[in-house]
Design a protein around this ligand. Structure first.
Ligand code: ATP
Length: 507
């Protein structure tokens, strides 16, 4: 079953700005490409997703395939670590993306994100590069190609090939995005994605350090600390949520590919013989988790990495599966939400080699000492937030707001709103009292401004599941109206029952 994802990213980005979910960073200075700030609602939403992950993976994970409760402990390691860490992990030598520069526009592209449009069967003609999944860029390439060959082309006459497959001669015959003449694109060159900084007063190579490009390494560095202090037994996991930084060549698609983002990672340590079973377990568990967060299953898929895509640590063993979501800008294709990788014991072995400290585990049951194998479910919190925003965005022409955000109550930034119908006759006082009572337990808003219709519309855009309205009857019968965001149904409930009613739905 396939469901296209046709929502307009432009409208979603505009709603996120208007309602205080996400703003461009440093906006008053013109912004900074690849950086975003989360507003009041976005912060609540992202924290709710993070907390749900922490609850479901660390505090209360599912039972394992061995019938035993899964054991995972948390960690919060430094963003800046000793630079040797990144040599051992392979990031200094290997964390590169091939990039292509345009000499004319000074734009920089990831080579594997560029495609070229040409005329089928004509390998002498100019070809036109465009950015993958970017309809505007594709339309512009087609227009310039048609102008060059001086006629309209049918879809069947078009040929698309990856930029990375081009010979030097063909690169010279390629016209870059937004450019009129061929030959302005460079050959792909390696570009290290790590942000460099300096620690201390002196700015020289001795004091150079990196902002972490993934949270995972902090976990490996603390393997001995956790084993020694927590009495954990293999198999067990260590989980961490935090910021990661990558100097992406082409940040794009809103918060999908940014230069500062958050990850939620688990390193699951197990014996090599059990790795395949745990790999399957984590692939299933992680897919199900995203679905439990409201992503519909026909927009979620698992994709096995091809051999040539595998990271340096995942060449052997079970490989890597991505949990993918059909984002509006990738539809009908999918974009990565999370990678589940079998890293072997690459990381522990490398850190052992570079630090000269033993990173092994003594397995009493097997009477064996070894560096455990690792299954890593590595999820993007920022990308997950975007997927949940896309999934929630529900156009509805019948409503005043024309759109509402259908968040699951668990992740909704505002759980309920309380309104006085009008600002007189004792209604504001009753509503304020109800609001005071409820806000002790949940993020609940009080709103007395403008018409009731406008207040419902604001809450629809914020994705608030329920609104409680105090009206003139409330003063006599001590009840309020509950308005349901999704069905628009309105029921009455006693004021003293509201807290219990919400607790039943939110706990
Ligand atoms: P991609 O192929 O999209 O660059 P990746 O395979 O390099 O991603 P991983 O290194 O596996 O990504 O990182 C784990 C997760 O971190 C990804 O699944 C994604 O959700 C998130 N992530 C990675 N890079 C970014 C980014 N630039 N912006 C936002 N999230 C990111």
């Amino acid at each position: 079953m396939t469901a296209p994802n046709n929502i307009s990213m432009e409208e979603l980005v505009s709603l996120c700005k208007r309602r205080g979910f996400i703003f461009p960073a440093s906006e008053i200075y013109g912004g900074l490409n690849g950086f975003w700030d989360y507003g009041p609602l976005g912060t609540e939403l992202k924290n709710n997703i993070r907390d749900a992950w922490w609850h479901d993976m660390v505090r209360c994970p599912p039972m394992g395939p061995d019938g035993e409760p899964v054991s995972i402990v948390g960690l919060d390691s430094s963003i800046i670590q000793n630079p040797r860490v990144w040599e051992a992990s392979g990031h200094v030598g290997g964390f590169n993306d091939p990039m292509v520069d345009c000499r004319e526009t000074k734009s920089r592209y990831r080579a594997d994100h560029l495609l070229c449009l040409g005329v089928k069967g004509d390998d002498q003609a100019q070809i036109y590069a465009f950015v993958e999944n970017d309809d505007e860029s594709l339309a512009s390439a087609r227009k310039r190609l048609e102008k060059y060959i001086k006629r309209k082309l049918d879809d069947e006459e078009l040929d698309v090939c990856p930029f990375t497959s081009l010979s030097t001669d063909r690169i010279a015959a390629t016209v870059g995005p937004g450019v009129k003449t061929a030959g302005t694109l460079t050959e792909p060159r390696q570009f290290n994605l790590m942000f460099k900084t300096f620690v201390g007063a002196l700015q020289d190579e001795e004091s150079a350090a990196y902002l972490r490009p993934e949270t995972a390494q902090g976990i490996f560095l603390n393997f001995n600390n956790v084993v020694d202090t927590m009495r954990v037994k293999v198999p067990f996991g260590i989980a961490q949520v935090g910021k990661a930084f990558r100097n992406e060549v082409t940040p794009r698609n809103f918060i999908f590919r940014s230069r500062e983002f958050e990850q939620m990672e688990i390193e699951w340590f197990c014996h090599e013989d059990d790795a395949a079973r745990w790999f399957d377990f984590w692939c299933d568990t992680r897919r199900q988790w995203w679905e439990s967060m409201g992503l519909t299953s026909d927009k979620v898929q698992m994709r096995r990495h091809d051999a040539d895509e595998l990271a340096h640590y995942a060449k052997e063993g079970c490989g890597t599966f991505d949990v993918e979501y059909r984002f509006p800008f990738t539809s009908p294709d999918y974009g990565e939400l999370e990678g589940v990788a079998h890293r072997g014991n690459f990381d522990l072995t490398r850190h052992q080699e570079f630090s000269k400290k033993k990173l092994e585990y003594f397995d009493q049951q097997r009477n064996e000492r070894y560096a455990p194998h690792v299954i890593e479910p590595s999820a993007g919190l920022s990308r997950g937030t975007l997927a949940i925003l896309c999934e929630a965005f529900t156009p509805d022409e019948e409503r005043a707001s024309k759109v509402f955000m259908k968040f699951q109550p668990r992740v909704a930034p505002i759980k309920a709103a309380v309104f006085p119908l009008v600002n007189k006759d004792g209604m504001p006082e009753v509503a304020a009292k109800l609001h005071q009572d409820l806000r002790r337990r949940w993020p609940v808003q009080f709103d007395a401004k403008q018409s009731i219709g406008k207040r419902y519309a604001r809450m629809d855009e914020a994705g608030c599941p329920w609104c409680f309205t105090v009206d003139s009857d409330s003063l006599n019968d001590q009840s309020v109206t509950i308005r349901d965001r999704d069905t628009l149904s309105q029921d009455r409930i006693g004021i003293d029952k509201v807290e219990g009613w919400l607790a039943e739905r939110l706990t």
